[in-house]
Ligand binder design. Sequence first.
Ligand SMILES: *[C@@H]1O[C@H](CO)[C@@H](O)[C@H](O)[C@H]1NC(C)=O
Ligand SMILES: *[C@@H]1O[C@H](CO)[C@@H](O)[C@H](O)[C@H]1NC(C)=O
Ligand SMILES: *[C@@H]1O[C@H](CO)[C@@H](O)[C@H](O)[C@H]1NC(C)=O
Ligand SMILES: *[C@@H]1O[C@H](CO)[C@@H](O)[C@H](O)[C@H]1NC(C)=O
Ligand SMILES: *[C@@H]1O[C@H](CO)[C@@H](O)[C@H](O)[C@H]1NC(C)=O
Ligand SMILES: *[C@@H]1O[C@H](CO)[C@@H](O)[C@H](O)[C@H]1NC(C)=O
Ligand SMILES: *[C@@H]1O[C@H](CO)[C@@H](O)[C@H](O)[C@H]1NC(C)=O
Ligand SMILES: *[C@@H]1O[C@H](CO)[C@@H](O)[C@H](O)[C@H]1NC(C)=O
Length: 451
Amino acid sequence: MPFDVIAFEVGRIYFEMKFSPHLILLTLLASLPGLNATSSSPTSLPLRPTPVPSPYNHGRSHYVSPPRTKTCYVTALGGGKDDSAGILSAAKSCNNGGNIALLDAQYTISRPLDLTFLNAVDFIIEGQVSFTPDVNYWSTNSFQYKYQDTALFWQFGGQDVNIYGGGTLNGNGQAWWDAMASDSDVVRPILLGLMGLKGGSVSNLKMKNPPNWFNFVANSSDIIFDSMTLTSASNNSNPAHNSDGWDTYRSDAVTIQNSYVSNNDDCVSFKPNSTNILVQNMQCINSHGISVGSLGQYIGEVDIVENIYIYNASMTTSSDAARIKVWPGISPSSTSTSSGGGSGYVKNVTYNGMHDTSVNYAIELTQCYGQKDLTLCNQYPSSMIIEDILFENFSGTSKKYDPTVGTLVCSSPHVCKNIVAKNINITNPSGKTAKWTCKNVDNSTLSINCA
Ligand SMILES: *[C@@H]1O[C@H](CO)[C@@H](O)[C@H](O)[C@H]1NC(C)=O
Ligand SMILES: *[C@@H]1O[C@H](CO)[C@@H](O)[C@H](O)[C@H]1NC(C)=O
Ligand SMILES: *[C@@H]1O[C@H](CO)[C@@H](O)[C@H](O)[C@H]1NC(C)=O
Ligand SMILES: *[C@@H]1O[C@H](CO)[C@@H](O)[C@H](O)[C@H]1NC(C)=O
Ligand SMILES: *[C@@H]1O[C@H](CO)[C@@H](O)[C@H](O)[C@H]1NC(C)=O
Ligand SMILES: *[C@@H]1O[C@H](CO)[C@@H](O)[C@H](O)[C@H]1NC(C)=O
Ligand SMILES: *[C@@H]1O[C@H](CO)[C@@H](O)[C@H](O)[C@H]1NC(C)=O
Ligand SMILES: *[C@@H]1O[C@H](CO)[C@@H](O)[C@H](O)[C@H]1NC(C)=O
C-alpha cells in the first residue's frame, strides 16, 4: 500500500496527512462544511478567550463554560442576501453545547433574529456582521421594549453564551441619523442586546456605527465584556445620536473591561436596577462619561443602582468623566409622570482612578436633573437618596468652564449622604485654582475647592 504526504486546503481548514487515499477521501468528506455542517473537531477555530474580571472583581465567582463539543458553520450567502435564517438554524442545531461559527468575511442580517433560547453555545464571529440600513423595515420589525422605547435587530438570551472571534458588528447607523433629520422619533435599533442572559461573555469584537446604543444588557447576570472596540462617527452633518457604549438595566454582576469607546453619548450608563457592576481599564473618547442614571424620572417607580465600581478610566474630551444624574421630586400639582418624582437610591458607587483630558466636568453629580429651576428643585427634593459615593484619585485637565472643573448639586442635604472626594487633582488651561460648584452637599468630606 503506497503512503503519500498530501497537503490540501478546504475553505479555511488546512490538512497535511500521511495516509492512504481512501482515508483522505473519507476525512475530506467529513470535514467539508457544505457537506456536513457539524464536526466534532473544531481545531481550526480560534481558542475561546476566557476573560475574568481583573484587577478588581465584583466579589462573586464568575461562571465557567464547559468546552463545546460540536460546531455548526454558517456559510455566508453573499451579495447582501439575508443570513439570519442560516444563523438561526445553526444556533438550533448546535444549541446545548456547540459552536456557531461565522468565519466568512461578510454576513448580512436583514430580518430580526431571536436568539433568546440559547444554552451553552459559543458564537465565533471572524468577519463582519452587517445590519441592513432599511429604516422603514426595522421600524416595525425590530424587537421592541417599553423601557426607553428600546429596539433591537437581534437579541441573545438563555444561559452560558460566549461571543468572540475578532470580527465586527456593523450597525450602518448613518441611514438612521440621516432619517432623524426629518423624524426625530424614528425607531432606531440597538446593535447588540443581551436580554435575559445568565452567564455570558462578549470579547474581542469591534462594533461600529449603531443607529442607537451599542449594547443593551437587560434582565441579565454574570456577564463580562472584554477587549471591545466601539466606534461611532457620522460621515455628514447629521450627527450620531444616543451612541451609549453600554446600558445595564435590571442586571446584576456585569463586568466591562479593557475596552475602547469613541462615541458621543455615555461611555457606560447604569440604568435602573443595575447592581454589582464593575467597569475597569477603559478608554472613553468624546463621551458623556461613565454615568449613573438618569434615575427617578417616573413617578411610582423604584430605581436602584448599587455596588458600582469604576477603576482606571481615561476620559478624553468628554462632557463629563464621573457622572450621577437623578431627577428631583415634583410639585404635587404637576400632572407629568415622567419629569421626576421617582424613588429608590444610588448607593455604594466608587470612581477610583479617572484620568481626564480636556473634559468639561471631571465630576457631575446632580439631583436636579431635568429641572433647570434650582429653587423648584430645592422645594421638591428628590425621593431618591444618593449615598456612600466615593470619588478618588482623579487627575488631568478640564477646559470648558475654566476655572470650574466640576459640580455636585443635591436637591436637599437630607437626601445626599456620605459623598466623599479624595485626591482629586484637575487643572485648567488658565492655570487658575480649580473651582467646584457644591450645593446642598456636606463639604467636610470633599477635599476639593467648593467655591
Ligand atoms: C463613513 O465612511 C467611511 C468610509 O467610507 C466608512 O468606513 C464608515 O463606515 C462610514 N460611516 C458610516 C456611519 O456610515
Ligand atoms: C425584562 O423582564 C421583564 C419581566 O419579565 C419584562 O417585562 C421585560 O420586557 C424584560 N426586558 C426589558 C428590556 O425590560
Ligand atoms: C489602565 O487602563 C489602561 C487601558 O486603558 C491600561 O493600559 C493600563 O495598564 C491600566 N493601568 C492599571 C494600573 O491598571
Ligand atoms: C427595581 O427594584 C425595585 C426593588 O426590588 C422594584 O421595586 C422595582 O420594580 C424594580 N424596577 C425595575 C424596572 O425592575
Ligand atoms: C460596595 O461595592 C463594592 C464593589 O462593587 C463591594 O465590593 C462592596 O462589598 C460594597 N460594599 C457594601 C457595604 O456592600
Ligand atoms: C488611590 O490611590 C492611592 C495611591 O495609589 C491608593 O492608596 C488608594 O487605595 C487609591 N484609592 C482607591 C479607592 O483604591
Ligand atoms: C496636579 O497635577 C499637575 C499637572 O499634572 C501637577 O503638576 C501637580 O504636581 C499635581 N498636584 C498634586 C498635588 O499632585
Ligand atoms: C464648606 O462650606 C462652608 C459653608 O458653606 C464654607 O464656609 C467652606 O468654605 C466650605 N469648605 C470648602 C473646603 O469648600
